[in-house]
Design a protein around this ligand. Structure first.
Ligand SMILES: [Zn+2]
Length: 90
C-alpha cells in the first residue's frame, strides 16, 4: 500500500476507500467495472467517485477500459490535482 493512498484512505468513507484500492490496483477502469469489482450499483459508484474527486486526484479520460474493452469514460488515480487536470500548457 502506498503511503499517500493509505493516509488519504483513512479519512474516507468505506465506499470511497474501496474505489481507491480498486483504482490503485486495477485502474484505469470504467464505472461499470468499478461497480462490478466493488459489488456496488452504478449510482453508488457515481456518487462515490464524485466525493472521491474532492478528496484525491482522480483522472477522468475517454479511452478503452482494460476491464471490459468498451470505449468509455475511464477513471484512474493521479498523483496530484495538477496531474489530474492533464497536460496544461503552462
Ligand atoms: Zn470497464
Amino acid at each position: 500500500m502506498v503511503g499517500f493512498v493509505s493516509y488519504k484512505a483513512s479519512l474516507m468513507p468505506d465506499l470511497d476507500r474501496i474505489l481507491v484500492v480498486l483504482l490503485t490496483e486495477y485502474g484505469p477502469l470504467c464505472e461499470r467495472c468499478l461497480a462490478h469489482h466493488a459489488r456496488m450499483t452504478l449510482s453508488q459508484v457515481a456518487a462515490a467517485l464524485a466525493t472521491l474527486c474532492q478528496t484525491v486526484a482522480v483522472r477522468v479520460e475517454h479511452g478503452e477500459c482494460p476491464g471490459c474493452e468498451q470505449f468509455t469514460q475511464v477513471f484512474s488515480l493521479a498523483k496530484t490535482h495538477e496531474d489530474a487536470d492533464g497536460s496544461r500548457a503552462e
